[in-house]
Design a protein around this ligand. Structure first.
Ligand SMILES: NC(=O)c1ccc[n+]([C@@H]2O[C@H](COP(=O)([O-])OP(=O)(O)OC[C@H]3O[C@@H](n4cnc5c(N)ncnc54)[C@H](O)[C@@H]3O)[C@@H](O)[C@H]2O)c1
Ligand SMILES: O=P(O)(O)OC[C@H](O)CO
Length: 437
């Protein structure tokens, strides 16, 4: 079972969610905890939103004589029997140390590291179920690509999870199409982790990359800040991690997520990492729309160019003074996997891109394509486009984000994909052209 090293206790990890990416990350984490038995418990719990699943006859596990194949079975039973998520990540073996658990309270029991990985529309309800069931000194990492928009404003999921559960939560995001990572094809990712220093016996020295201006604070008390893109919550104090656990710092996070085929870069820019992952899904829809028209790579490059600029502008406008993490850095979008690299991969082969392309090419609503093509997986771009638009409207800034606004209006049927060039045309150039005519 491994040695305890110099610390009395080891971290127990639970992955909250078990979809296409949730299962992939559970695989990554399980491989790593097995290699770092002095830091982590060897078993990884994976909470599964239980459902019945009937093995398709083309599954390699299908056996006409087996009870498991004759009728629908609980997905958790199938995952634990075959060590494969036969519905959401078929064909990929996962370590036997990943335990699929339908009971959320049991799955998170005693877990000191909670990895949140489920479609963003389900996180609110899931946090309600978690409330009161986690250890108070647990720490989180959100792998969710989306934003929590409410009448309180626009929050990062790392912030909203942190608020709801009174824990610190960082973020993981990158150019990471799940199936490629699951097949161990080389990818990079970005992990943002910027907790108060009490968890780390070796905090990042101030003034060095990865250091945070907030590392001298033990509590997250600036939460009534006037920044519209920040959490406007109640004051809260974090529970320190007991000293008999290994420290939870950048080095530990790297040991948890880094694989030879999945390279992790650590940063403290939680807002930048989260925003890159959420907003690129809107841009991927736009790329799919123009591709669905048959317009080719130049058109796609044009929407990607405008898209990355709107991502940075959104971050700078609304998250320049995040109370719970360092200010957004432009470099996070340009230099890290979670920025332009994720935009490129998502606009090449992501689900949002592919479904938007089919929707335009076949003239079928994207929700129908999602149901037909994704076997229960969820698009994040469509709801994010609506949520971001509601927030921009409230802030009176729709016109300042023409691509995000165009995607929303196309989904709403108020504009057509063919209008994208006009909708994203730069105002100054329109004036110059007018002046010459
Ligand atoms: N799939 C990818 O390639 C990928 C890569 C990186 C990041 N992400 C992000 O990771 C997050 C999770 O995506 P995913 O691909 O794992 O999910 P997914 O798209 O495969 O969604 C299916 C999951 O949703 C769950 N679900 C359905 N109804 C539910 C409910 N009512 N409550 C709770 N869960 C419910 C299902 O059980 C299943 O686990 C998303 O924010 C996504 O953007 C996905
Ligand atoms: O398939 P998508 O569009 O949800 O994108 C998947 C990942 O986010 C790509 O990094």
């Amino acid at each position: 079972m491994g040695s305890l090293g110099v610390h009395g206790k080891r971290h127990r990890v639970c992955v909250v969610g078990s979809g296409n990416w949730g299962t992939t990350i559970a695989k990554v984490v399980a491989e790593n905890v097995g290699e770092h038995a002095d830091i982590f418990e060897p078993e990884v719990q994976m909470w599964v939103f239980e459902e019945e699943y009937h093995l398709p006859s083309d599954s390699k596990h299908y056996d006409a004589h087996s009870e498991l194949s004759k009728k629908p079975q609980k997905l958790t039973d199938l995952i634990n029997h075959f060590h494969e998520n036969v519905k959401y990540l078929p064909g990929i073996p996962i370590p036997a140390t990943v335990i699929a658990n339908p009971d959320i309270a049991a799955a998170v029991k005693d877990a000191t590291i909670l990895v949140f990985n489920l479609p963003h529309q389900f996180i609110g309800k899931t946090c309600e179920q978690l409330h009161g069931n986690i250890v108070p000194y647990a720490r989180g990492i959100s792998c969710i690509k989306g934003l929590a928009v409410s009448d309180r404003g626009c929050e990062l999921f790392s912030e909203s999870i942190g608020q709801k559960l009174n824990i610190y939560c960082g973020a993981l995001s990158g150019a990471n199409i799940a199936n490629e990572v699951a097949q161990e094809k080389f990818s990079e990712t970005t992990v943002a982790y910027d907790p108060p220093p009490m968890d780390s016996k070796h905090p990042t020295p101030a003034g060095t990359p990865g250091a945070s201006p907030h590392q001298s604070q033990l509590d997250l008390t600036k939460l009534n800040n006037a920044n519209p893109g920040s959490t406007k919550g109640k004051k809260r104090k974090l529970q320190p991690l007991p000293s008999d656990y290994p420290p939870l710092n950048h080095a530990t996070m790297k040991k948890l997520f880094h694989r030879p085929y999945f390279h992790v870069h650590l940063t403290s820019d939680v807002a930048g990492v989260s925003l890159g992952g959420a907003l690129k899904n809107i841009v991927a829809l736009a790329a799919g729309f123009v591709d669905g028209l048959g317009w080719g790579d130049n058109a796609k490059a044009a929407v990607m160019r405008v898209g990355i600029l709107e991502e940075v502008k959104f971050g700078k406008t609304f998250f320049s003074d995040s109370p719970t993490s360092s200010p957004v850095r432009t470099e996070t979008f340009t230099e890290e996997s979670c920025g332009v690299a994720d935009l490129i991969t998502s606009c090449s082969g992501g689900r949002n891109f592919r479904c938007a392309r089919m929707s335009v090419a076949e003239k079928i609503p994207i929700e129908e394509i999602e149901k037909r093509e994704l076997n229960g997986q969820k698009l994040q771009g469509t709801s994010t486009a609506y949520e971001v638009n509601a927030f921009l409207k409230k802030e009176g800034k729709e016109k300042e984000f023409p691509l995000f606004t165009a995607v929303y209006n196309i989904l709403e049927g108020k504009n057509r994909p063919e209008e994208i060039p006009r909708l994203i045309e730069r105002a100054d150039e329109e004036e110059e052209v007018d002046g010459h005519t």
